[in-house]
Write a protein that binds this ligand. Structure first.
Ligand code: NAD
Ligand code: MG
Length: 414
C-alpha cells in the first residue's frame, strides 16, 4: 500500500474499531509517565480506578516520581531508562510486587507488553523505538511523542498500517483534527489549519526575544508542559514540528497545511472544505481533554477540565504568524517540503539546540540558526536522502546531532 493510501486509511478514521469494545480501553502502559503528559494521563487513571489498570510505567531519570506513580497506579512494572538508576528504583519499590527494569532495551520491552492502549509520552526522538514497539503490537497508540512522527513519519505510519494499530493523536491540534475529520468527506478538504498560541514571545520585538532568559522562555501563557516543548513553543518550532506531524497523520498535502496564531488556545484546529464550510474543535487548554479522548475513543469519558465559557472569554482572536521574528516556522516548512530525512535532521538539530539553550549556552534566536545551519551542512554532505528503514532514520538522527554540535560550536561564525 502506498504511503498516501496509509494516510487516507488510518489518519482520518484512526484505525477502525477492532470490535464492539474497542473504545473501552482498560489496560494501559504509560511511556514517559513522570512527564507532563504522563502525569495528566495518570490523573485520569486515578480518577477512574475501576476502569483502568496499568501494565507498565516508564521514565528516564526521576526515580522518586516513577516509584510513586507505579505505587499509586498499581502498575505491574516500572522501568527507568537510565541503567545506572536500577538499584535506586529497586530500593524505592522494595516491599511491593512491582517488577523493576532499567535501560533502553527494557523501555522497548515494556512497550511490547500487550495492553489495550499505550500512551506514548516520551519527549524527543528517544521515544521513537518504544513508541514504534507499541505500534507494532497492534493495539491502540495514544501518541503524544510528536518527534517520532517528525523524524520517522513514513516508517512509523507504515508499521501502524501493517500492525492494524489504532493510532489516536494526543497533541491537542491533531486530536482536534482527528475529531473534525472523523465524519468528513476527505476529498473535499481544502485546508487544515493548526492554531498556535504564539508562545511567551508572541508580541515581543526581535531585540527583546534575542536577550530572553531561560525562565522567560519557560513561562508559557496557556499551557503547562515539559521544558523542551515549552521552548519549542517559544521559538514556534513546535508549530513547525506539528505541521510535519499533521502531514503524516492526515490526508493532506504540504500545500494544504497552514497555521494561524490564536493567543487564547481555545480553537485547536480548523478544517476548511471546498464548499466554504470550516469545522473546528474548541476546548479549554488542558491536555486531559485530548488524553481522555485518546483513551475513550470512539466513546467519550469525563475529564475534570474547566468547561468552556465563551461569554467569560469574550474574544477569540487570530493573527498571522511572523516568520521574521519566528524563523523556525520557515525552517521547519522548508524541511517538510524537502522531505526524506530533512525532518529527522531538523528534529535532531532542534533537540541539540534546545538542550544547549536550557543549559544557558545559547540564546533563543540561535536555536533556528543552528537548525538551519545543520540542515544546510547535512544537505551538503548528502545526509538528506530517502529513509526506507528505521535504522536509516536512527543513523541520520545520530549524525545530524554531531553536525548540530559542530554548528553550535561554530555559532559565532554563523
Ligand atoms: P516532559 O519533559 O514533561 O516528560 C517527558 C517524559 O519522557 C518523562 O517521563 C521523562 O522521564 C521521559 N524521558 C525523557 N527523556 C527520555 C529518554 N531519553 N528516554 C526515555 N524516556 C525519556 O515532556 P511532556 O511535556 O510530557 O511531552 C511529552 C511528549 O508529548 C513530547 O513529545 C511533547 O512534544 C508531546 N506533547 C506534550 C504536550 C504537553 O502539554 N506537555 C502537548 C502536546 C504534545
Ligand atoms: Mg500541540
Amino acid at each position: 500500500m502506498r504511503q498516501a493510501e496509509f494516510n487516507e486509511e488510518f489518519a482520518v478514521h484512526g484505525r477502525r474499531a477492532r470490535d464492539a469494545d474497542a473504545g473501552d480501553v482498560r489496560r494501559l502502559t504509560i511511556l514517559g509517565a513522570t512527564g507532563s503528559i504522563g502525569t495528566s494521563a495518570l490523573d485520569l487513571v486515578a480518577r477512574n480506578p475501576s476502569h483502568f489498570s496499568v501494565a507498565a510505567v516508564t521514565a528516564q531519570t526521576n526515580v522518586a516520581k516513577l516509584a510513586e506513580s507505579a505505587r499509586a497506579s498499581g502498575a505491574e512494572r516500572a522501568v527507568i531508562g537510565d541503567k545506572a538508576l536500577y538499584g535506586e528504583l529497586k530500593s524505592a519499590l522494595a516491599g511491593t510486587s512491582i517488577e523493576v527494569a532499567a535501560g533502553e532495551e527494557a523501555l522497548v520491552e515494556a512497550a511490547e507488553i500487550p495492553v489495550d492502549c499505550t500512551i506514548a509520552a516520551i519527549v524527543g526522538a528517544a521515544g521513537l523505538r518504544p513508541s514504534l514497539a507499541a505500534a507494532r503490537g497492534g493495539w491502540r497508540l495514544a501518541l503524544a511523542n510528536k518527534e517520532c512522527l517528525v523524524s520517522a513519519g513514513d516508517v512509523f505510519m507504515r508499521e501502524v498500517a501493517q500492525s492494524a494499530c489504532e493510532l489516536v493523536p494526543v497533541d491537542s491540534e491533531h486530536s482536534a483534527a482527528f475529531q473534525v475529520l472523523r465524519e468528513a468527506d476527505r476529498g473535499a478538504i481544502e485546508k487544515l489549519v493548526l492554531t498556535a498560541s504564539g508562545g511567551p514571545f508572541r508580541d515581543w520585538p526581535a531585540e527583546k526575544i534575542a536577550s530572553a532568559t531561560r525562565d522567560q522562555a519557560l513561562k508559557h501563557p496557556n499551557w503547562s508542559m515539559g521544558a523542551k516543548i515549552t521552548v519549542d513553543s517559544a521559538t514556534m518550532m513546535n508549530k513547525g514540528l506539528e505541521l510535519i506531524e499533521a502531514l503524516h497523520l492526515f490526508p493532506v498535502s504540504v500545500d494544504q497545511l497552514d497555521m494561524v496564531v490564536h493567543p487564547q488556545s481555545i480553537v485547536h484546529c480548523l478544517v476548511s472544505f471546498i464548499d466554504g464550510s470550516v469545522l473546528a474543535q474548541l476546548a479549554d487548554p488542558d491536555m486531559r481533554t485530548p488524553i481522555a479522548l485518546a483513551l475513550s475513543w470512539p466513546k467519550r469519558m469525563a475529564a475534570p477540565t474547566k468547561r468552556l465559557d465563551l461569554c467569560e472569554i469574550g474574544k477569540l482572536t487570530f493573527e498571522p504568524a511572523d516568520e521574521l521574528r519566528f524563523p523556525a516556522i520557515r525552517v521547519a516548512r522548508e524541511a517538510m517540503k524537502r522531505g526524506g530525512t530533512a525532518p529527522a535532521v531538523l528534529n535532531a538539530a532542534n533537540e541539540v539546540a534546545v538542550a544547549a539553550f536550557l543549559e544557558g549556552r545559547i540564546k533563543v534566536p540561535d536555536i533556528p540558526l543552528v537548525v538551519e545551519d545543520t540542515l544546510e551542512r547535512c544537505e551538503g554532505s548528502g545526509l538528506i536522502c530517502c529513509a526506507e528503514q528505521l535504522d536509516d532514520v536512527l543513523s541520520c538522527d545520530n549524525e545530524a546531532r554531531s553536525v548540530a554540535i559542530e554548528s553550535l560550536n561554530g555559532l559565532s561564525r554563523l
